[in-house]
Design a protein around this ligand. Structure first.
Ligand code: HEC
Ligand code: HEC
Length: 229
């Protein structure tokens, strides 16, 4: 199966910039995939920040972008699943719904990569060693990236690294609500180490995303999104 499949992007407002950068040329599969990864990463980061508004634009791109007619027929169900999940994330009025849909998107990325026997080799990312609440959060963020890459890859090794990265004492202080959410992260991390099936992993991932978002909203503090996304 050849990989130089030209995938055409529909020129919605959200992708005008991208289309301009690509000078109207059809993208290669690799370019298309890199854009997938950027957009889906932006969705994930918006959810972690608890910012449902920032979910919409990248989710809309993922829901609406078009693959070329020459995409082999057996791939279509994966693309359809991915777009349906993206649409759910785009339309979500609750962060927990968008979180589940985002995990399902990553699941369909990974399912296609596994089915076609091709996909991703992610660069190594060192686990942050900073101390204090910020260090704890940077490790959470690292762990969620590793789990994420584990789903998209798919990669058991990255999934396990992420799961084990959540295995540390929860932070103290805060309200009863935020302490409970902190405990929940670590419980879900323990469940993640046990989960072997991609669908079960995606369920845990969706809950993790909701829990990160829930605490940032409750604490009124958390990651700020970079300009643009
Ligand atoms: C319809 C099948 C299919 C779906 C769905 C799919 N991919 Fe891919 N992906 C591929 C194929 C095939 C390759 C290998 C392309 C190549 O190396 O030419 C690939 C490669 C990649 C790469 C590596 C690109 C590189 O730099 O070499 C990344 C990153 C990636 N995909 C991310 C994603 C993400 C994120 C999603 C979900 C939003 C996704 N893909 C959904 C088929 C798919
Ligand atoms: C117990 C509540 C709580 C939970 C649960 C929580 N966070 Fe946070 N997070 C905070 C607070 C409070 C801050 C701001 C304090 C700080 O950064 O020092 C923060 C800040 C952050 C930051 C910004 C760090 C920086 O550079 O300043 C990131 C990234 C982050 N969280 C990621 C995550 C991820 C990913 C998860 C889920 C695995 C998560 N957080 C779960 C409370 C929480």
């Amino acid at each position: 199966m050849h990989t130089h499949i030209a995938l055409v992007v529909r020129a919605t407002a959200a992708v005008v910039v991208v289309a301009a950068l690509a000078c109207g040329q059809p993208q290669t599969t690799v370019e298309h995939m890199e854009q997938h990864f950027e957009e889906v990463d932006a969705v994930k980061d918006a959810i972690i920040a608890g910012d449902l508004t920032a979910v919409k634009q990248p989710a809309a791109w993922l829901a609406e972008h078009e693959a070329a007619a020459d995409l082999p027929g057996e791939w279509e169900p994966f693309v359809a699943d991915m777009k349906a999940a993206a649409k759910t994330a785009e339309d979500a009025t609750e962060i927990s719904v968008a979180a589940v849909a985002t995990a399902e998107m990553a699941l369909s990325c990974g399912a296609c990569h596994a089915a076609v026997g091709q996909g991703t080799a992610f660069a190594f990312m060192a686990q942050p060693e900073e101390t204090g609440v910020t260090g704890h959060m940077l490790r959470h963020s690292w762990a969620l990236d590793q789990l994420w890459r584990g789903l998209v890859g798919p990669s058991d090794e990255l999934w396990q690294q992420g799961a084990q990265g959540l295995d540390e004492a929860p932070i103290q202080g805060g309200s009863e609500e935020t302490r409970a959410l902190g405990m929940r992260i670590h419980d879900l991390g323990a469940q993640a180490t046990e989960a072997a099936d991609p669908a079960a992993r995606a369920v845990i991932y969706g809950e993790l995303l909701s829990t990160c978002a829930g605490c940032h909203v409750a604490a009124g503090q958390g990651p700020t999104l970079a300009a643009g996304h």
